[in-house]
Ligand binder design. Structure first.
Ligand SMILES: NC(=O)c1ccc[n+]([C@@H]2O[C@H](COP(=O)([O-])OP(=O)(O)OC[C@H]3O[C@@H](n4cnc5c(N)ncnc54)[C@H](OP(=O)(O)O)[C@@H]3O)[C@@H](O)[C@H]2O)c1
Length: 181
């Protein structure tokens, strides 16, 4: 079994990589920081591939899919947030946040789901947040990005259920606080 994890160079993604390695998965770890990825891969041992990619760029998401065509489990996890009143936060940072937290998840979910449908098996875990279920004053953009992931995944899940598919899609929703960013 092979899993691809985005944002696997630290935090939740790195921890999930450790758990999956113990369960016997081969791993493909994706993030921007090459050294951190190399260190993580070394820590984890054999059968761990790394892909250095900035997923805020659409073409890089497509390249990741091309470089890792045959996986059993996709974990979309790479993401970040920001704090502050909506008119005072930085627009460019928010656009990057939307590209990373929303567009990259969307692209990878679609490309891998098409592959999974062709073999009628596969699993997707989209790391969202409890932020996806409520308004987020002082973190409006971040909360909105997570709401997108919750709704997208729920919609796809209904489609898969209706088709009696063997493919599974889930969301992970950890607690979020402003101190985190
Ligand atoms: N920690 C929490 O309490 C919490 C709560 C709710 C939800 N979440 C969600 O859980 C996920 C992981 O969060 P975390 O706390 O583990 O964060 P983290 O420790 O900051 O890790 C984020 C990971 O994403 C990667 N990343 C960020 N931007 C990227 C980009 N443009 N392209 C590729 N990789 C990128 C980072 O690696 P590089 O910097 O090397 O690219 C890093 O590996 C996020 O989606 C976050 O919103 C976390």
């Amino acid at each position: 079994m092979k899993a691809l994890i985005t944002g696997a160079s630290s935090g939740i993604g790195k921890d999930m990589a450790k758990v999956l390695k113990q369960k016997g998965y081969d791993l493909i770890l994706v993030a921007r920081d090459e050294q951190k990825l190399k260190d993580t891969a070394k820590e984890l041992g054999e059968n761990v591939q790394i892909i250095v990619a900035d997923l805020s760029q659409e073409e890089n998401c497509k390249k990741v899919h091309e470089q890792a065509p045959d996986i059993d489990l996709l974990i979309n996890n790479a993401g970040f947030g920001d704090c502050g009143e909506f008119t005072k936060t930085e627009l460019e940072k928010e656009i990057k946040m939307i590209q990373t937290n929303v567009t990259a998840y969307h692209i990878l979910t679609k490309l891998y789901l098409i592959d999974f449908e062709n073999k009628n098996k596969g699993q997707i875990l989209n790391v969202a947040s409890i932020a996806g279920f409520m308004p987020g004053p002082l973190m409006s953009t971040y909360y909105a990005t997570k709401a997108y992931i919750v709704r997208l995944s729920e919609g796809i899940r209904e489609e898969l259920k209706k088709a009696k598919s063997n493919i599974h899609i889930s969301i992970l929703c950890p607690r979020t606080s402003c101190n985190q960013f």
